[in-house]
Design a protein around this ligand. Structure first.
Ligand SMILES: CC(C)(COP(=O)(O)OP(=O)(O)OC[C@H]1O[C@@H](n2cnc3c(N)ncnc32)[C@H](O)[C@@H]1OP(=O)(O)O)[C@@H](O)C(=O)NCCC(=O)NCCS
Length: 157
């Protein structure tokens, strides 16, 4: 296993065409369906970085910005924003893509995964090599989210 990996090495892109089975009673993409896709993209991003199994430990900042409708093309992109000792934060952006290829953001989520061994015990993950200003800014915001999560755990939220 490498000790240091870039954000690009674990990035994931997943595409869906919205079908009737993805739509809720008000004719829009069902939020629970989107959440499943987001968690799969996040988990694969984390697994690619950790090179072992991972488990979802927290999902936060899940913001639905716009609806999506039948026949829309949905694109999800997962990228690592932060790694701790055994935990990893992944940002998943979801877009609705029109016929010209223009992508409108419909959701942004941050998820935390923990790398685990066969016994389910947390294991160390490679460090993250940041190569752009955007990645460094994401890392700094992730530190703040991490502190907030710790505070919430301490307060029993
Ligand atoms: C994930 C799990 C293995 C961690 O075990 P644990 O005994 O809490 O282990 P630790 O306290 O050593 O924490 C391990 C890491 O997880 C992080 N962590 C634990 N709980 C967290 C939470 N609620 N939010 C964010 N990070 C969390 C810790 O900060 C630590 O990160 P670090 O190693 O990078 O510093 C355990 O909590 C678990 O199995 N949870 C259930 C996960 C699950 O079943 N998910 C599927 C959902 S359906």
């Amino acid at each position: 296993m490498k000790e240091l990996k870039t954000v690009e090495e674990s990035m994931v892109e997943q595409v869906h065409l919205l079908m009737p089975s993805h739509i809720n009673g008000s004719g829009r993409l069902f939020g629970g369906q989107l959440l499943e896709w987001i968690d799969v993209v996040g988990a694969i991003t984390a697994k690619r970085h950790a090179e072992c199994n991972t488990t979802t430990v927290a999902i936060d900042n899940l913001q639905f910005k716009a609806g999506a409708f039948i026949n829309d093309t949905i694109v999800l992109i997962g990228r690592l924003t932060y790694v701790g000792n055994t935990s990893m934060e992944v940002r998943v952006d979801t877009y609705s893509e029109d016929l010209s290829g223009l992508r409108k953001p419909i959701n942004r989520a941050y998820l935390v995964y923990v790398a685990i061994n066969e016994e389910g015990t947390p294991v160390k993950v490679p460090r993250l090599k940041l190569t752009t200003e955007g990645q460094r800014a994401e890392w700094d915001s992730a530190l703040k989210r991490n502190d907030l999560r710790k505070l919430r755990r301490k307060e029993g939220f």
